[in-house]
Design a protein around this ligand. Structure first.
Ligand code: SAH
Length: 209
């Protein structure tokens, strides 16, 4: 499948019906989801994939459409219902489960894909709980973060390693009342993180420092 084809399919998905401000429920735009998933595909990382905070399902569904065995983990019941509907709509086989990333234990996952809450709200712990969970369950992580997160991420995940980081355009659609534009272009950072302590993955050995 071509990246543009995947993007067009993911554009058909429904977003959050009543987005929660406290949980920072922003859907990943189809173009960004396709970018993240094609980076993972290029590294052969779309085996057993878990989408943490799967929301309405765009990353998990996209991964399944690209041949992954996909699981979506989400705390919000309404979002899960929409995600299941979205998967049916595109004929994607995804296992969506309700759980909190803070206590999630899941075996047999190769790769985590995620667009975690950025921690912009005081009520949110932001991306920390997500990064911790991702590192607990998988050796590969593809994750979206606020611009300027590089220093924090590298420190937080040590001894795991940032192997690649890209700044990518993120078309943010108006979803809360305080948003003054229907569409605002922002930039986010896409990270590829791998384990820093094994010798069999091929990534750790050539990581330099
Ligand atoms: N992955 C989706 C949604 C991103 S928004 C997408 O890319 O479009 C972040 C999501 O994380 C929201 O759906 C929110 O409900 C969920 N979330 C927030 N805290 C969570 C927690 N502790 N455990 C599981 N999911 C959580």
């Amino acid at each position: 499948m071509k990246k543009k084809q995947l993007e067009m399919m993911l554009e058909r998905l429904e977003g959050f019906s009543k987005p929660s401000f406290a949980r920072e429920q922003y859907s990943t735009p189809a173009s960004v989801a396709a970018e993240l998933l094609f980076l993972a595909a290029m590294h052969n990382d779309l085996g057993r994939v878990c989408d943490l905070g799967s929301g309405t399902g765009v990353l998990a569904i996209g991964a399944a459409l690209m041949g992954a065995q996909a699981v979506g983990v989400e705390i919000d019941r309404d979002a899960l219902a929409t995600a299941r509907k979205n998967a049916d709509k595109l004929g994607a086989d995804v296992d969506f489960i309700r759980a909190d990333v803070k206590s999630l234990e899941l075996r047999g996952i190769d790769t985590v894909v995620m667009n975690p809450p950025f921690g912009a709200q005081k009520t949110s712990e932001g991306d920390r709980a997500f990064l911790s969970c991702a590192q607990r369950i998988a050796k590969r992580i593809y994750s979206l973060h606020n611009r300027g997160s590089s220093h924090f991420i590298k420190k937080y995940i040590y001894p795991n390693l940032v192997q690649e980081a890209y700044c990518i355009p993120f078309p943010l659609k108006r979803c809360f009342e305080f948003h003054s534009h229907d569409l605002k272009m922002i930039e986010v950072e896409l990270y590829r993180i791998t384990c820093g302590d094994c010798s069999d993955c091929g990534d750790c050995s050539d990581s330099g420092d």
